[in-house]
Every structure is written in structure tokens, then in C-alpha cells.
Ligand binder design. Structure first.
Ligand code: HEC
Length: 217
């Protein structure tokens, strides 16, 4: 399968790290050394990061969905909302720690304000939105951050099935009254409702240190 790394209309994003110059230079040199030792090239590193990011996002997704399903069967939908509020971040942190990466979900229509897109996520989310609105495929992709020391894996999250609509669908038809009042109570500025099947819900945003990718090559 042909891998596409950059949206044509996305720029590669570099970050100046003023306060961290020394550390950053050391990491840079370490990465260069290990690339020489292993004789890997940049294209192979990006390919590997794309493959690995996909694996990590699937592992994170599975953890979240199985925890969500358990919470729903134990506490019902309204009770599961509280569970999501408390557990979503620790679950992602645990999966991230296992792989030495940082895993986030970012969304323009966020429920938890912590999921509001960061600067470097905005353009990618906008591209996914454009693609979804225009029935174009949204390919997972890799962007280079911080001079290429960090590789950002991004992948669209769509609404795949009716389960999601119980909490992200239309407030008058899909979300029941008890669930709605729980959402109003816990997320007074909730933007994550009114979705339909196939809508873009947000994206996976996984910061992968380049040296972790090289270690695995
Ligand atoms: C039981 C209700 C419930 C169901 C069902 C549910 N979600 Fe959520 N979802 C939430 C809550 C609550 C949050 C906010 C979690 C937090 O505070 O970290 C959330 C957050 C998210 C986020 C993070 C972005 C944001 O808005 O903060 C994504 C992405 C997401 N959900 C996708 C889905 C998808 C896809 C499905 C179906 C597979 C789904 N959700 C099913 C309740 C639900």
C-alpha cells in the first residue's frame, strides 16, 4: 500500500525550543549517531513511525472501548459518562507509558477542554475535516515536530457505530434525558454532541520520540 506522509497543503512544522537548546542538541546528536549505527534512512523512520503509531492508536482504542463497554454494562450509559471523565486520561497515559509515547485525542468539537487542539494539531484536524466533508479519504500521517526529534502520528477518529451516538448524537433523539442531564452537569461547555454516523469526531495525536522508533528498527 502506498503511504502518504504529508497533506499537500500542510506545512512541515518546526518548533524552536529556546529554553531547551542544550538537551535538544544532545538528543539530536544521539538520534543521528544511532541512525548511522543502524544505517536507517529518514524515509524508513517515517514509515516505521506510521506503522507503529497505527498499532499504538489501535491498542489505545481497544483499551478505551473495552473499558467503556464494561462501564456501560455495570452502570448504564449515564453512569459511564462519569467513568469516561475519570478514566479516559489515565487509560491513555497507561498505554502511552507502555510505548514511551504521549497519546492524546484532539477535537475541534471537544467535550473535555483538555482535548482542544494544540497549535500543531489544528492544521491536521482541519485537513481531516475538509476531507470528511468532501468525501475524500483521511489518511493517517506523520508530521515532524521539534526539528524532527518528535514524530507526530495523526489519525482521524470517526463515529463508527450507534454506540457512540448514545453520548455524542442528537440531544433530542439519540441521547436520553438522564444522559443529557449528566452531560450538562459534567461538561457545561460540551461541543461533542449532534454527531451522525461517519462524522469526524476528532483525531488520535501521538507524539513519538524519533529515538524510540529507531530503537525498534
Ligand atoms: C457513555 C457515553 C459515551 C459513549 C458511548 C462514547 N463516548 Fe466519547 N466521550 C464521552 C465522554 C464523557 C468524553 C469526555 C472524556 C473526558 O472527559 O476525558 C468523551 C470523549 C471522546 C473523545 C475525545 C474528544 C473530546 O470530545 O473530548 C472522542 C474522540 C470520543 N469521545 C469518541 C467516541 C467514539 C468514537 C465513541 C463510539 C465508539 C464514543 N466516543 C462513545 C462519552 C461517551
Amino acid at each position: 500500500m502506498k503511504k502518504i506522509f504529508y497533506f499537500p497543503f500542510l506545512f512541515i512544522i518546526f518548533f524552536a525550543c529556546g529554553t531547551n537548546e542544550r538537551v535538544s542538541k544532545d538528543v539530536f546528536e544521539e538520534v543521528n549517531r544511532s541512525m548511522e549505527i543502524k544505517k536507517v534512512n529518514e524515509a524508513d523512520v517515517l514509515n516505521k513511525a506510521l506503522e507503529w503509531g497505527d498499532e499504538i492508536s489501535q491498542a489505545a482504542q481497544e483499551q478505551l472501548i473495552s473499558a467503556l463497554q464494561n462501564a456501560i454494562s455495570e452502570k448504564g450509559i449515564p453512569g459511564a459518562i462519569e467513568f469516561c471523565q475519570v478514566e479516559a486520561f489515565p487509560i491513555l497515559k497507561e498505554v502511552g507509558d507502555k510505548y514511551n509515547v504521549e497519546i492524546r485525542r484532539a477535537s475541534n468539537a471537544y467535550r473535555n477542554p483538555e482535548d482542544k487542539p494544540r497549535d500543531y494539531e489544528e492544521m491536521i484536524l482541519d485537513a481531516f475535516e475538509y476531507n470528511t466533508e468532501n468525501d475524500l479519504p483521511s489518511e493517517a500521517n506523520i508530521q515532524r515536530l521539534e526539528g524532527g526529534e518528535v514524530l507526530l502520528f495523526a489519525k482521524a477518529i470517526k463515529i463508527p457505530n450507534a454506540l457512540c451516538l448514545n453520548c455524542h448524537g442528537n440531544p433530542n433523539s439519540d441521547i436520553n434525558a438522564e444522559t443529557l442531564s449528566k452531560l450538562d452537569e459534567l461538561y457545561p461547555e460540551d461541543k461533542a454532541r449532534g454527531h451522525q454516523l461517519g462524522d469526524l469526531r476528532g483525531m488520535w495525536s501521538i507524539r513519538i520520540p524519533k529515538k524510540e522508533v529507531i530503537k525498534r528498527m
